[in-house]
Ligand binder design. Structure first.
Ligand SMILES: Cc1ncc(COP(=O)(O)O)c(C=O)c1O
Length: 399
């Protein structure tokens, strides 16, 4: 009898976490490395949020809280959903977990039985298929290429739905491509879903606030209220508020699902950190001006990045609407030879070459379900983006 469960054979370590750790290790060894692999803003958590966390400690809020979140944070989340998304959720519709990741995992574990299918537009965030597989479900990736700007079309959704489909996972703006769905595109998807009442939507709105050039965020239950009772609207404070280490994610949804997720959490991790919850109240209820300021910087970095990538021989890159990622094609580098004499055969070879030659940590498209591409995060210092190391690496490749 094997000691480790067969469940583990269905998943692999998170490639993005692997690249981030590798970059950290190389830096510790003294190498000049630019980490463009991590999905984490380089900004500090804003001061008013940090202060709220400290004040919670001083008030003695250091004990267990209700399993799926404090009444104060649930109230702040309901107000946020109403104010920013026009969504009516009551506290009993809200669940709070240790990061957005746990929210998604709880929802999948609470609903999937063996062979249930989950439609995942590809390129996707690397964790979706593995989480589905861990929960005994079957991930159904649907390829969305550059022709649809990496977005799922109504036709492709319709074609992917079967009697076994339980969820569609939607993520806009997207990790890894930064693509944002327009209101009309979401409407077209919701029209398909209305025709298939057994399919639920898990919308991962983690990058909601990171939007550029006038692109406007919208979410399925807001666009089509008839889908409210089969939508789980997932969000979190990690990215927009630079709170990745605080570990707070949340979701709004129908009571029966929310209760099931709380039951799972009661037997696994219990409540998310009490201190982090108090800080999240300050984040969601406080002033959002800092987000607009930071978005200006992100947008500037995005523009420099896209420009440099499109000047690099063998690469081409669409300009995304949001998040802090770009997803360039490296098709033109495949078959080329590095100065060390190695032939680049895949996007995995290409990112290995970038790290080796120029100390740039990026993640291969294979990890996100669409090759030959790679993901880079421009949530790093602007002068590092400007160094143009990727361009330099491409210039010395030969036929
Ligand atoms: C699309 C998406 N959803 C969810 C998460 C998870 O966020 P958290 O750090 O709050 O668990 C991430 C983090 O990278 C993400 O990119």
């Amino acid at each position: 009898m094997a000691f480790l469960s067969s469940r583990l054979s269905r998943i692999k370590p998170s490639p993005t976490i692997f690249v981030t750790q590798k970059a950290r290790q190389l830096k510790a060894e003294g190498r000049d490395v630019i980490g463009m692999g991590a999905g984490e803003p380089d900004f500090e958590t804003p001061e008013h949020i940090r202060e709220a966390g400290k004040a919670a400690i001083d008030r003695g809020e250091t004990k267990y809280t209700d399993v799926d979140g404090t009444p104060e944070l649930k109230k702040a989340i309901c107000a946020k959903f109403k104010r920013e998304n026009g969504l009516d959720y009551k506290p009993e519709n809200i669940t709070i977990s240790t990061g957005g990741k746990q929210v998604l995992f709880n929802a999948l574990l609470a609903t999937l039985d063996k062979d249930d299918e989950v439609i995942i537009p590809a390129p996707y965030w690397t964790s979706y298929p593995d989480m589905v597989a861990l929960c005994d479900g079957t991930p159904v990736p649907v390829l969305c290429g550059e022709n649809t700007r990496f977005k799922l079309s109504a036709e492709a959704l319709e074609a992917a739905i079967t009697p076994k489909t339980k969820w569609l996972i939607l993520n806009s703006p997207s990790n890894p491509t930064g693509a944002g769905y327009t209101k009309a595109e979401i409407k077209a998807l919701t029209e398909v879903l209305l025709r298939h009442p057994h399919v639920w939507v898990m919308t991962d709105d983690m990058y909601e606030h990171l939007a550029y050039d006038g692109w406007e965020f919208s979410t399925p239950a807001q666009i089509e209220p008839k889908l409210w009772d089969r939508t789980l609207t997932c969000n979190g404070v990690s990215k927009a508020y630079s709170m990745t280490g605080w570990r707070i994610g949340y979701a709004g949804g129908p009571v029966a699902l929310i209760k099931a997720m709380a039951m799972l959490q009661s037997q696994s991790t219990s409540n998310p950190s009490s201190v982090s919850q108090a800080a999240a109240v300050a984040a969601l209820s406080g002033d959002l001006d800092f987000i607009a300021e930071r978005n200006e910087t992100f947008k500037q970095r995005r523009d420099i990045c896209v420009d440099l990538l499109n000047k690099a021989p063998g690469l081409s890159c669409l300009k995304p609407d949001g998040a802090f990622y770009v997803y360039p094609s490296c098709a033109g580098t495949i078959g080329k030879r590095t100065p060390a004499g190695k032939v680049i055969e895949t996007d995995t070879d290409f990112v290995a070459y970038l790290l080796d030659a120029e100390g740039v940590a990026a993640v291969q498209g294979a990890a996100f379900g669409l090759s030959p591409y790679f993901r880079i995060s421009y949530a790093i210092a602007t002068d590092q983006v400007e160094e143009a190391r990727i361009q330099r690496a491409c210039q010395v490749l030969t036929d």
